[in-house]
Structure formats: C-alpha cells, structure tokens
Design a protein around this ligand. Structure first.
Ligand code: PGA
Length: 253
C-alpha cells in the first residue's frame, strides 16, 4: 500500500500570528476520524518552520518546507540549505513547484541537484511536475511531464527514488479554480507510473506516491483521490482555510 499524503502549500502567505492561528485551527479540526495512515503535511514559509513544528508537538501533523538550495552552505545570501532543514527536523520539502520554475528560473538540472541535497539529508522531496496551458492545448503534455520527471529524478538509484513523492500539478489548474478532470488526472498519473515502471520496475513504481495538485477543493477532493493512481493532493489556496483543508483530508479516507 502506498502512503497517502495531503500536503498544504501555504506559499508566501500569512503573518506569524496568522500562521499560528491557522496551525492551531487545523490541529483542532484534525479529529480521531482521520486515518492515521494518511500523512498530513503543512508546508509553511521558511521563517515559521520551527515554530510550526514546535506547535504541532506530537500531533500527527507534519511540517514541510517549500524549497531548498542546491548548495550545502556558503555565500548564497537569502538561501536555505537542506542541512539547515535537517538540523530543524523538517521531514518534507516541495521542490520544482511551477512558481519556482516560472519566476526563479529553476530547470530540470538544478532540480536534480536539489533533489539530491534533500535525499542526502533524509528529507523527502515532494517533486512537482506539470504542463502549462499551451502545452496541454498542443497535445504535448505527456511528453513534457515525462521530460521533467526524467531530467530531475532518473539519475537516482531505485532505493533513492523510492523515497521521493511526485506531485502532478498542471500549471493551468494552479490557483485558477480550474481543476483537471478525474480522467485527466488519472491519465497523467498513469503515464508517470508507467514511466517509473519502465525505468525502475513494478515494485518501485507501485511504491511511489503521486499527488495531484491544482485547485483541489473540498468538493472535488474525494473524486480525485478515488482515482487509482492518485495518492493524495498538494493543496494551495484551500490549505489557507483550516476547515477546507481538513475537509480535503477527509476526502482521502
Ligand atoms: P492551488 O495551488 O491549490 O491554489 O491551485 C496548488 C499548488 O500550487 O501547489
């Protein structure tokens, strides 16, 4: 059985007080009915990682970062490294989000280095891939997503890629209110899983969680999570409202 994961990507939102409040609301709403097998991860802005981790204490919720450097340390003003995240006990990091690719010029080669740094520090990368609208419209979306996965993950040995989580996030669905249909999500997840099978074999491919992201909401989460190759979600906007986020988490049970 693959691990089910629902991760909230808070992006660059919330002041410290608001972040504390949101975390506390999510903790209150995370009732006993939530399946203990599902990992719930709050990917908060860097400055709140430690306070959020401390606030979560021994609740079942986990904390994640939204990026890390491809370097270990040094003169890289403003950057945060994987060893720093490890030193704070952060178990997850989002890498290759489309906003990082688009606004910060992150490409497949750079992301391969970041993936290596995360894994070397025992941090699970949530590696994002997904096509923009024009690529979907010209029908080359599967080719692009395959290329993204190959470029940043296929240098890994089988025992390393087993530790990675993949998130398929069609760029045209992010923050737009437009969700991929369950068919579109399942089709792309199956393409990714087939690609993993070809390279690493059935057992490895079947063990890697593939999350869907892009306008996941309480009213579409359950349907998406029921797709055989969708193992959870990466949730942006709806993760900023405790009630919506927890409704989405319930959709996976
Ligand atoms: P969204 O964002 O849920 O607001 O579409 C998803 C993401 O960017 O991870």
């Amino acid at each position: 059985m693959r691990t089910k994961i629902v991760a909230g990507n808070w992006k660059m939102n919330k002041t410290l007080i608001e972040a504390t409040q949101l975390t506390s609301e999510v903790m209150t709403l995370t009732g006993a009915e939530i399946n203990g097998e599902t990992k719930i991860v709050l990917c908060v802005p860097f400055p709140y990682l430690l306070s959020t981790k401390n606030q979560l204490g021994n609740s079942p919720l986990l904390v994640g970062a939204q990026n890390c450097s491809e370097h270990d340390s040094g003169a890289y003003t403003g950057e945060v490294s994987a060893p720093m995240l490890k030193s704070m006990g952060i178990p997850y990091v989002i890498l290759g989000h489309s906003e990082r690719r688009q606004y910060f010029g992150e490409d497949g080669k750079l992301l391969a280095k970041k993936v290596d740094k995360a894994l070397a520090n025992a941090i699970i990368p949530i590696f994002c891939c997904g096509e923009p609208l024009d690529v979907r419209e010209n029908g080359t979306h599967e080719t692009l997503v395959r290329t993204q996965v190959e470029a940043s993950l296929f240098h890994l040995a089988a025992d390393a890629i087993r530790k990675v989580v993949i998130a398929y996030e069609p760029v045209w669905a992010i923050g737009t209110g437009k969700t991929a249909s369950t068919q579109q999500a399942q089709d792309m997840h199956a393409v990714i899983r087939k690609l993993l099978t070809t390279k690493y074999g059935e057992a490895v491919a079947q063990s890697i969680p593939i999350l869907y992201g892009g306008s996941v909401k309480p009213d579409n989460a359950k349907e998406l999570f029921e797709c055989p190759d969708v193992d959870g979600g990466l949730v942006g906007g709806a993760s900023l409202k405790a009630r919506d986020f927890i409704e989405i988490v319930r959709g996976i049970n």
